[in-house]
Design a protein around this ligand. Structure first.
Ligand SMILES: [Zn+2]
Length: 389
């Protein structure tokens, strides 16, 4: 919840950084420009705005990415997530899927398991969500591993999420550590990151791509990766913008609109920039605090999901499902061969335990909900299983 306090600072930071010269072609990089005859899906894709598989836009499903950042609390689960996300289907009659970027503190691992059981994707957003961007900008591969892979361990152990299903991440404050971020992704078998905004490639919008070759993407929050990371995916955060051209990567940081009719029009206008052009995945990235700050936003969000449901070629999918499509570009008429409906897995967490634990670094008490036996101490950086020393 405290995350909201950083939104104005983040906006200010983004505006300042966007005024700087872009870093689209890094100096001193040994990489080659992407060659489309060598770089082909499923393993490789050049950065750019062309439609995968050279399909016509009318044959491409408009994929919509709904994501939610930070801790999944029981309150957010009961108030918002289960009400908007369950019992809603795509045109193939499978349930929709969304992506949660989870942080550890105050996260409810029972509710996390229930979202996973319903087919939503659980991704990584660090253990500590340490305030201040310098920590993230200067982070070593070791620190990043402790933060993100530590969170993967915690989710595996206490929310019973299979490790193979946690494939991606978003870094706090969208502050990457350049090559170190993708080095950590590579060393730990993650597949993708979704932290890198683009304002230059929003009209037409950029499609996801791999880091086999030099990226053309602008770098609004440096440092961005410059080395080669074959087969690792960038899911660009394509900026939204308003009539004055003010960009925003997280919808929480867009200029405030307090009239529901205007807000709906603003959302729709940004959606149509994707839907009416190259159909690159449409991002709708928020923190649930966005709903809490102004309750009408929740109604407008539901109204927008209803609007999407009325369109026969729009699919609300997780980031990983979207990448499956990009790796195997499939016409609308053949989608049933690509996306199968989710079947509820065996792992269940019907009665999560409430654990009262001590956070070792500051002695404070934390309450943690777990699908399995309570740990001895509060899991934290360097000790994700929470064993007492
Ligand atoms: Zn966050």
């Amino acid at each position: 919840m405290g995350r909201l306090a950083f939104v104005p600072q983040l906006l200010a930071l983004i505006l300042v950084l966007q005024a700087l010269p872009s870093h689209s072609l890094p100096k001193g990089s040994a990489k080659e420009l992407c060659n489309e005859s060598k770089c082909k899906p499923p393993a490789c894709r050049c950065s750019g705005t062309d439609i995968p598989g050279n399909l016509a836009a009318k044959d491409v499903p408009q994929m919509v990415l709904l994501t939610f950042d930070d801790a999944i609390t029981r309150l957010l689960y009961n108030t918002y997530y289960k009400n908007i996300l369950f019992n809603r289907t795509n045109p193939n009659n499978c349930n929709i899927s969304t992506t949660f970027f989870t942080t550890h503190e105050y996260n409810d691992y029972g509710a996390t398991n229930w979202l996973y059981q319903q087919g939503h994707e659980i991704a990584l957003h660090s253990i500590t969500h340490q305030p201040g961007t310098d920590y993230w900008k200067d982070a070593s591969v070791d620190t990043l591993t402790k933060e993100f892979i530590g969170q993967r361990e915690i989710l595996k152990q206490f929310a019973l999420i299979p490790e193979k299903d946690m494939k991606g991440m978003r870094t706090p404050f969208l502050q990457m550590a350049g090559d170190n971020t993708y080095q950590m992704i590579t060393e730990n078998n993650l597949e993708w990151d979704c932290s890198w905004p683009t304002s230059q490639f929003s009209d037409p919008p950029m499609w996801p791509y791999t880091l086999d070759y030099t990226s053309q993407q602008d770098c609004p929050i440096p440092p961005c990766p410059v080395s080669k990371f074959p087969g690792k995916w960038v899911v660009p955060m394509v900026d939204w913008s308003n009539d004055d051209g003010i960009p925003c990567s997280m919808v929480d940081t867009c200029p405030m609109i307090d009239d529901p009719v205007e807000l709906f029009a603003f959302i729709k206008q940004n959606f149509h920039r994707h839907y009416d052009s190259n159909r690159a995945p449409f991002p709708f990235f928020i923190h649930a605090a966005w709903f809490a700050a102004l309750p009408m936003r929740f109604d407008v969000y539901v109204q927008f999901l209803d609007y999407l449901e009325s369109l026969p070629d729009v699919y609300i999918v997780s980031v990983s499902q979207m990448l499956e499509w990009v790796k195997n570009p499939t016409e609308l008429s053949k989608l049933k061969d690509l996306w199968k409906c989710w079947s509820i897995p065996e792992t269940n967490c019907a009665r999560p335990r409430n654990c009262e634990l001590i956070r070792q670094d500051n002695g404070e008490t934390r309450y943690m909900t777990s699908c399995t036996t309570c740990p001895q101490v509060y899991p934290w950086l360097g000790n994700p299983s929470g064993t007492s020393s």
